[in-house]
Design a protein around this ligand. Structure first.
Ligand code: PDD
Length: 290
């Protein structure tokens, strides 16, 4: 496997990060995950825009963002070719940190280059979960208040996912102040009275690319949408629930905290959105720009 690290295309086994890297010492960096279908990077412009938002918010590489983002796109495309991933599905992982410098909290001297790491790997979709749905639990949201930044500081997400796995379910949904916000690595949607509801874009959630695509599909399908908080105490009334992410696409939730959601099977609105998403992806694979 060939990866990209700081300007070089090298075998994965030869890719090493300096122990003074601020990503290692302070989680001082951001990441992205992009889904490739038949060698095409789905929603790449939106991913690069979100990456720009993250880098600007953290003031990483602020003086040369344009060329950094352009090079990331080229690197991602080249890695798909180098690793023979131009057919089927793959994920591209991109991480940018503030670079390497002796440990002190304040920024390193101007001119310290950011660390840029990109890797592409084969992705085998978990169709069973997409078909049959998953069980999730609710967990308290112990994250910081800049969840809109795709920071590599993912410890609360890691602990919440592990708690879910140990509870025998697939994932966890974060609840803050009585509001069910998002999954550990996905956005959270409900269907109430036939309307699709998802948390509004605030600093308390990641503005998911798949979330945005799904909102667009709902508009196309004539499914009414409300971007509004989903309150924990209303969850019993949800007709359907689902998660969205670049990796999992649209995943129905059929059990929440041990209780069935709706009929206990993926519902009709989720199914319609899944179908529309598959069609969008298959147009995209055919070369249409989405
Ligand atoms: N996670 N919310 C959180 C906390 C996430 O980590 C993610 C994505 C999403 C969905 O965003 P998008 O639709 O742009 O993938 C929402 C990635 C896939 C990950 O950490 O692997």
């Amino acid at each position: 496997m060939i990866v990209y690290l700081n300007g070089q295309y090298i075998p994965r086994r030869q890719a090493f990060i300096d122990v003074d890297d601020r990503g290692f010492l302070f989680a001082d960096g951001i990441y992205e995950v992009v889904h490739s279908y038949e060698g095409h990077l789905f929603q790449i412009d939106a991913h690069l825009q979100r990456m720009e938002h993250g880098l600007r918010s953290l003031r990483i590489a602020a003086d040369d963002l344009g060329s950094l983002l352009r090079s990331v796109r080229e690197v991602a495309e080249r890695l798909l070719v180098e690793n023979d991933l131009t057919s089927g599905e793959a994920t591209v992982y991109i991480q940018i940190t503030r670079g390497s410098a002796p440990r002190t909290h304040a920024f390193p001297p101007a001119g310290t280059p950011p660390t840029v790491y990109v890797a592409a790997t084969r992705y085998v979709p978990q169709r069973t979960q997409a078909e049959e749905g998953i069980a999730v639990i609710l967990v308290p949201d112990t994250r910081w208040v800049r969840c809109d930044i795709k920071s590599v500081a993912l410890l609360p997400n890691v602990l919440a996912r592990q708690r879910a796995i140990e509870a025998g379910v697939a994932d966890a949904v974060f609840v803050r102040d009585g509001v069910a916000l998002e999954g550990t690595s996905s956005n959270f949607f409900g269907v109430f009275d036939g309307k699709v509801v998802t948390a509004p874009k605030t600093n308390y959630i990641l503005p998911g690319i798949t979330r945005q695509v799904v909102l667009g599909l709902c508009a196309d399908l004539g499914v009414p949408v409300r971007e509004a908080p989903i309150l924990e105490h209303q969850l019993d009334e949800a007709e359907e629930l689902f998660l969205t992410s670049t990796i999992m696409e649209i995943r129905p939730i059929v059990r929440l905290n041990g209780r069935p959601v709706g009929t206990g099977a993926p519902g009709p609105v989720t199914r319609r959105i899944q179908k529309a998403f598959r069609e969008l992806v298959s147009d995209f694979k055919g070369g249409a720009s989405v």
